[in-house]
Design a protein around this ligand. Structure first.
Ligand code: SAM
Ligand code: SF4
Length: 327
């Protein structure tokens, strides 16, 4: 058996999330500050550098990647990266997480390049709430992006909705109706302390509360036993279709975590909330051979902690905000 990315707790890592840019055309309040200095272009890993790292990762068992950011569709020629990754035989799954603003134009070329799985972030169907959360307009473009993804044939299309007490409770049912009508998989995400704002536990609108709201409107939900490494709790509606909740705060899934993250500037992170990272870009650009890069992957995973400690007084918020890590 070839070497795998196994940490001290026996977790095998097969999933790499790759941020392709820290730039964004929105400024979601839970993710990033309003004013930001973005990375210079030369600080971003090139597509060839990303593909080389993915190839090395596949030699260690990585078989699933997801492109994210910042807003990944802002990275020029993104379909070319998808093509490069799709050509790596061991990669069996390529996904993308996007805010959908540029999807109307890019859905077709991304599909042609080999992308099949897409997650689109949509927290509300109310333009005013959208503007408040994203600090920009854009709901119409996101909806047009979703339609384009459906037309082109992406499957599954998942909708990610961050859930924040006092802001998004009234979005739950309209979003659920919308997703059910359009055959989209809706997943609520508990609000996490990774943005620029002051996070407080009482601002999290918890999974159990979302389930209670959904059951009131649609009848009992049946919990589904899904892949233990999947962060989402999945439920089936009695009349068909499903809905998920990523309960990072009330039901952390750290024990089954199989993920690593590569930032747009080439830092490998063993956790979204990690306080250390491995600088692969400096190694890459310093002429490191594949064996050295391989060792860097293995060492990063070996140093992985048991899990985030958001629910304890020990929690320390990472210095990077979500848009510079990759969600
Ligand atoms: N820009 C793309 C988008 O919005 O889909 C991709 C990057 S974004 C950082 C990835 C996901 O992280 C989005 O679904 C977003 O809603 C989620 N996210 C950002 N900040 C979050 C937070 N503080 N808590 C929970 N989810 C968050
Ligand atoms: Fe941009 Fe996505 Fe962050 Fe919103 S959540 S600011 S769309 S990176």
């Amino acid at each position: 058996m070839s070497e795998q990315l196994v940490d001290r707790f026996g977790r095998v890592h097969t999933n790499l999330r790759i941020s392709v840019t820290d730039r964004c055309n929105l400024r979601c309040i839970y993710c990033m500050p309003e004013e930001v200095v973005f990375l210079d272009r030369e600080e971003l890993l090139t597509f060839e550098e990303i593909a080389r790292l993915v190839r090395i990762g596949t030699g260690l068992g990585i078989d699933k990647v997801r492109l994210t950011g910042g807003e990944p569709l802002l990275r020029r020629h993104l379909p070319r990266l998808v093509q490069l990754l799709a050509a790596i035989p061991q990669i069996r799954d390529i996904g993308l997480t996007t805010n959908g603003l540029l999807l109307e134009q890019l859905a077709e070329p991304l599909y042609q390049a080999g992308l099949r799985r897409i997650n689109i972030s949509l927290d509300t169907l109310d333009p005013g709430v959208f503007r408040y959360l994203a600090r920009r307009d854009g709901l119409d473009r996101v909806l047009a992006g979703i339609e384009a993804a459906r037309r082109v044939g992406f499957a599954p299309i998942k909708i990610n909705a961050v859930s924040i007490r006092g802001i998004t409770e009234k979005e739950v049912i309209p979003l659920a109706h919308f997703a059910r009508e359009k055959n989209l998989e809706l997943r609520f995400i508990e609000y996490m302390p990774i943005g620029a704002d002051r996070w407080e536990r009482q601002k999290v609108y918890f999974a159990a509360e979302i389930v209670a709201q959904l059951e009131k409107a649609f009848g009992p939900l049946e919990p589904l036993t899904s892949d233990p490494s999947s962060p989402a709790l999945e439920y089936a509606y009695a009349d068909g279709g499903r809905v998920g909740i990523i309960a990072s705060i009330s039901r952390p899934f750290c024990h089954h975590c199989n993920r690593l993250r590569l930032t747009a500037d080439g830092k490998l992170r063993h956790c979204l909330f990690a306080l250390e990272e491995t600088d692969l870009k400096t190694l890459l650009r310093g002429g490191a051979d594949d064996g050295t890069l391989r060792r860097a992957f293995v060492d990063c995973v070996a140093g992985k902690w048991e899990g985030h400690e958001i629910n304890t007084a020990r929690f320390i918020k990472p210095p990077r905000t979500m848009h510079t890590i990759g969600g």
